[in-house]
Design a protein around this ligand. Structure first.
Ligand code: SAM
Length: 292
């Protein structure tokens, strides 16, 4: 009966035995704080009804906590050197499958189809490699796979952007795109001291829950994302100025933009960060209606 992988002594023991030094280039910061690990699985409310996808199991600290509660765990680990380590540290957990693939390159729907029974609620849980937090988030925003809950540890600075409300410093395209699809909350703030090695920045655990019923939707999600992105291209400039680069500067186009803004009651000289998600949805749809 060994102590949990995520206790400091066990983690150090595993790293020593395998002569592992954390690879910075792969964002390897191993959690060695059981309270935080338990906080993450609690935020995801993992039960035996769930199949859980994990990104980056590392030496298995979080995987173990998930495996003790879930039906199945499917974990994508890019680092080949960690595969034999995980085979040993997680040997007692028959409900864990490790896939030695880059999560961003993998055909995730296909892997899930092959490895899971499809009869359990799908959740995603990860202590993310920070060098690819944004591409991984974009992956979840594209929504190839429907997850009932997504719980991700990330840099606090990115977490703040995900939850930011209009008119705040951190509010931008990432906030709008995320809040369009998910209810976002910070479940836990985590000190850099909870990791070996300690990362440079503090972290936070973010919980994303798909919005139950979308009262308003954009006519196309890619169009919405690209419109929002365009509106925030120059945050210090006005909405009007940003729209000049989203569309074009032809006099006829300018007239159309002016008319649409007047119709929806948005002043051209506001800054993009004053607009709420639903205003971006309205604008996307209204510009589409007039052929822009
Ligand atoms: N889950 C472990 C924990 O909490 O202690 C390790 C988390 S560590 C922050 C990130 C992990 O992601 C590392 O094991 C790293 O090798 C892995 N990783 C990095 N890039 C990856 C990628 N593209 N696909 C899958 N795993 C990746």
């Amino acid at each position: 009966n060994q102590p949990a992988i995520g206790t400091r002594n066990r983690t150090l023991g595993i790293l020593n035995r395998y002569h592992l030094s954390a690879k910075k280039s792969l964002g390897q910061n191993f959690l060695d704080d059981l309270n935080v690990l338990e906080g993450i699985v609690a935020a995801a409310d993992v039960t035996e009804q769930d199949d859980v996808v994990e990104i980056g199991p590392g030496i298995g600290a979080l995987t173990e906590q998930i495996a003790q509660r879930a039906h199945q765990v499917l974990a994508f680990e890019i680092d080949q050197n960690l595969i034999p380590v995980l085979a040993e540290t997680l040997a007692d957990y028959k409900n864990v499958t490790i896939v030695n693939q880059d999560f961003l390159q993998a055909n995730v729907p296909e892997v899930l189809d092959e490895r899971l029974d499809g009869h359990h609620e799908l959740k995603a849980v990860a202590n993310l490699p920070y060098y690819i937090t944004k591409p991984i988030l974009m992956n979840f925003l594209k929504g190839q796979v429907h997850f009932a809950t997504i719980v991700l540890m990330m840099q606090k600075e990115v977490a703040s952007r995900l939850v930011a409300r209009p008119n705040s410093h951190d509010y931008g395209a990432l906030s709008v795109m995320t809040q369009y699809l998910y209810q976002v909350e910070i479940a836990l703030e985590v000190s850099k001291k909870s990791f070996i090695p300690a990362p440079k920045v503090d972290s936070a655990v973010v919980k994303l829950t798909p919005r139950p019923v979308k009262q308003e939707t954009a006519y196309s999600q890619p169009a919405f994302f690209s419109f929002v992105h365009g509106c925030f291209m120059h945050r210090r400039k006005t909405l009007w100025n940003n729209l000049q680069s989203v569309f074009d500067k032809q006099p006829a186009t300018k007239d159309t933009i002016r008319t649409v803004l007047a119709t929806v009651g948005i002043e051209p000289n506001v800054r993009p960060q004053t607009l709420g998600v639903s205003q971006f949805i309205t604008l996307t749809n209204e510009f589409h209606k007039v052929g822009l």
